[in-house]
Design a protein around this ligand. Structure first.
Ligand code: PLP
Length: 282
């Protein structure tokens, strides 16, 4: 596999990052994951904009322009022959003598790699839906910044696995924040409910697109907190992310949601999302 490291396209075994890199020592870095369908990037612009925001919230310089980033994405997709899959991008503050304070003159590190995922769009899991458990949200308070600090979500995924479930929904002050690596939704009648934006959740790029498409399709959308009790009695539930698009959730803490099968709203949104984003892919 060819990967990109600080200006060079190299075989993955030749890629090198300093042991003093602040991404490694402090998780002082941000990332993006953009999906690839038919060899094209889904919503690159959305991901580039969020990257700029994450960088700016951390006073981190951008390693290059967003046009240059697009070129790197395209070159890696081409070099690795990716038809369906993902491009992972990470920017860290770079290498500097270890100190909590930000270094004044470190050059940011930029790393990108691809993952081939045949069947990403025609994912059989979406036909069955996934199961989630609820766990306490013990992450830091700036979840709107897409940092590489992912240990608690990893622990959450392991808690889910240990409970025989696929994923976990995190709960804070009695309300669901989001999934370990996705935004969470419930459906009540004709209304789609998902948590409002704030520092408590990541502002999903797929979330923004799906809510826009839902409104265009005359579906009702409410951006507000919801509880586990509300989720337990919902007609349907689903999650969204760049790598899973719209994924139905059919059980919560061992109890089925709605019919226990993917619901019509989630199925329809998945269809619309795939169709519209593929049409706009670049
Ligand atoms: N929430 C969290 C915590 C995430 O890690 C992710 C994606 O990685 C999302 C939501 C979904 O965001 P997006 O749709 O931009 O992939």
């Amino acid at each position: 596999r060819t990967v990109y490291v600080n200006g060079a396209y190299v075989p993955e075994e030749d890629a090198k990052i300093s042991v003093f890199d602040r991404g490694f020592l402090f998780a002082d870095g941000v990332y993006e994951v953009t999906s690839v369908l038919g060899g094209k990037l889904i919503d690159f612009e959305g991901h580039a904009k969020r990257l700029e925001r994450s960088l700016s919230e951390l006073d981190m310089p951008a390693p290059c322009t967003m046009d240059e980033l697009l070129e790197i994405h395209r070159e890696l997709v081409r070099a690795n022959g990716i038809d369906e899959g993902l491009v992972y991008l990470q920017v860290t503050r770079g290498a500097a003598d270890r100190d909590f304070a930000y270094p004044v003159d470190a050059a940011p590190s930029l790393v990108l790699f691809t993952q081939s995922k045949p069947g990403l769009a025609a994912n059989p899991v979406a036909e069955k839906g996934i199961s989630v458990i609820s766990i306490e949200d013990q992450r830091w308070g700036r979840r709107d910044i897409k940092t590489v600090q992912l240990l608690y979500p990893s622990m959450g995924k392991m808690m889910a696995k240990a409970a025989g479930a696929d994923d976990a929904w995190m709960v804070e002050d009695g309300a669901v924040t989001e999934g370990t690596s996705n935004n969470a939704y419930i459906v009540k009648g004709n209304t789609i409910v998902t948590r409002h934006l704030g520092n408590e959740i990541l502002h999903g790029i797929t979330r923004a697109a799906v809510l826009r498409m839902a409104q265009e399709a005359q579906m009702q959308v409410e951006e507000r907190s919801f509880t586990l009790e509300e989720a337990a009695t919902a007609d349907e539930a689903f999650v969204t992310s760049a790598s899973t698009f719209v994924m139905p959730v059919v059980s919560l803490d061992g109890a089925q949601i709605g019919t226990g099968k993917p619901g019509p709203v989630a199925a329809r949104l998945r269809e619309i999302y795939l169709e519209e984003s593929l049409a706009k892919a670049i």
